[in-house]
Design a protein around this ligand. Structure first.
Ligand code: MG
Length: 249
């Protein structure tokens, strides 16, 4: 018979830790079932504890800047920016998370630099990972596809061609505040199309154009925002998981 809680109680304590090496009493990790699309198992399938923000069918989880139902187009399993309809954000608010989303640049090439296929993914409504068509379209480095806008260029340029689906897998650690004081800044890790483009990178504050903004205290959760920059960018398969700490069980 398999012991229900195998382990030891006579081993040394781990440094700075309340648990021993191979501790019998240490909580077992929570089970998460990896996702599948039908019979296909691919990265990007939402696992069992994912909260689905967009499944390709409707925008019921999304609001516009007036907190009215979002008016972007939905067809064929994706949503598409409707220029002038404005940014959209989720009803759900969340902090530390693992976020997956897929996006596509328009095949009709229009504009250059920041004017080509611009959109953006804003964590907590404030911190932008740039969405842009930088395939054969240079722009300033800290505004590149995958940049932490105005702060950090991506480590590498990992763009696919316009018309091909691309992925962001983001690990987000929200900033912590004590009153007006920043206890710890936001940190982000991003994989673009499976390639690391930021690794545990600290943000200077909220992202913006031509300025450096200081942190201003905000709640520990916030909505995910997608930008209407006037270009016909598409999104699909958007989900997140709440990140919990070790030993949460
Ligand atoms: Mg943008």
């Amino acid at each position: 018979m398999v012991e229900e809680k195998p382990g030891y109680q006579d081993t040394p304590f781990l440094p700075g830790n309340k648990y021993r090496v191979h501790d019998k009493a240490r909580p077992h990790p929570r089970v998460v079932v990896p996702g599948t699309f039908g019979t296909q198992e691919k990265p990007g399938c939402p696992p069992s504890d994912a909260i689905i923000l967009f499944d390709g069918k409707d925008l019921s989880n999304w609001l516009d800047n007036n907190n009215e139902p979002a008016k972007w187009k939905v067809e064929n399993g994706y949503m598409e920016v409707v220029p002038g309809a404005g940014d959209i954000h989720t009803r759900q608010e969340f902090g530390d998370c693992q976020l997956h989303l897929e996006w596509m640049e328009p095949t009709v090439i229009k504009g250059e630099s920041q004017g080509r296929g611009n959109s953006g993914v804003f964590l907590m409504g404030r911190y932008e990972i740039q969405v842009l068509d930088c395939y054969q379209n240079p722009t300033y480095a800290d505004g590149w596809t995958g940049a932490i806008y105005g702060q950090w260029p991506p480590l590498v340029s990992a763009c696919r061609k316009p018309g091909e689906w691309q992925t962001y897998d983001i690990i987000w650690i929200a900033p912590r505040f004590d009153g007006e004081k920043v206890i710890s800044p936001a940190r982000i890790t991003v994989l673009m199309n499976g390639i690391v483009i930021h690794h545990n990178r600290e943000l200077f504050g909220p992202t913006t154009h031509r300025q450096i903004l200081p942190y201003s205290p905000h709640a520990s959760v916030g909505p995910l925002k997608l930008q209407d920059h006037g270009d016909l960018v598409r999104y699909r398969n958007i989900w997140y998981r709440v990140l919990t700490d070790y030993d949460a069980g």
